[in-house]
Design a protein around this ligand. Sequence first.
Ligand code: FEO
Length: 403
Amino acid sequence: MHNTRELLPGIHWVGGNDRRLDRFENLFPLTNGVAYNAYVILDERTALIDTVDNAISELFMENVKQVLGGRPLDYLVINHMEPDHCGNIVNIIREFPNVTLIGNTKTFQFFEQFYGVDIQGKTLLVKDQDRLSLGQRTLKFYSAAMVHWPEVMMTYDEDDKILFSADAFGTFGAHSGGLFADETDYLNDYLAETRRYFANIIGKFGPQVQALMKKLSQDEIDIIAPLHGPVYRKDDLGYIVNKYELWSTYRPEVNSVLIVYATMYNNTTFAAEVLASQLAQRGIKGIKLMDVNQLDVSYLIAEVWKYAHVVIATPTYNADIAVKMHTFLHDLVALNVQNRSVSLITNLTWAGKPAEIVWGYLEKLKNITLVGETVTLKSTVKPDNEAPLIALAEAIVSHLSRT
Ligand code: FEO
């Protein structure tokens, strides 16, 4: 049984969901699965925009055949050669032996590396801003290198004004009936996961996203159709493009404070709570506390993209700091986090230099401002820690009021 949707006359979604997948890339936890989008264009010639992960091959092939209704498939546009999207190219070639594969040099290099299937004579090599007529419609191909892999392209349907945007504008989370963002409870069900997807998958490549958005500004876009999650149109377009402007330039969404802490016996947690209370009493709204040992690091990273100020609170552990705090700090560096203010709280019982270890990571980041004096606890929060915590809250509030 197929399950497809018409986006516009002649443009059909032929993707599907994997609700049983626990971890995207075997790494990022999923609580509501993931959607793999692919699209068929019916014109004088037919085109398929990307395929899907091999977890949903059977449904996908049925969807494509149902939409084609017995017509041959003329083109397969390969915007992205990561296996969650290219997992059915070989099936498509088997089903439609006369199909022409559209990609760039790296696309076909990666195809050879992953599949080793002979596609000689079946390919059409395209460069940035090349065009292809399907009859009534013209497709324009944009190189989008490193949004997320080096071969990534986006495809713009000049007549329907649809941008098939590959991973960009994608999210974790399966479709629950609604395909368009305006058919979902987007703010509750998708926004946080769209941010987590961006920060962890694409966040490192902000300059490439910016370059691409500049290039795309010459085109009028009515619909953004990514490879994962909801399709954007109407008012949602401006909303998501604005988020991408902020995220890709490493500008925070809220002028508030994220406190990322490690703790063994809740003593460092208590310091985080005292600081949070002092901040709230001074007018900071929406403060968030997150425990590195309880949460997957991808959730912490997502919130770093949202918040202007990050407090890092950690005890020593084995004369070092908490292992998962290392993971968090490592990811801040790996994902190119920039333009944040930070403060530190450390806790040691007998020995260690936690502030130096934390700062060893932070000093690798661009445009990071250390705010306030580091608060140093000895095992527990004591009355003489109150004044330094209040002073830190005042320094943070003062700093945020100026940014
Ligand atoms: Fe959804 Fe970069 O793959």
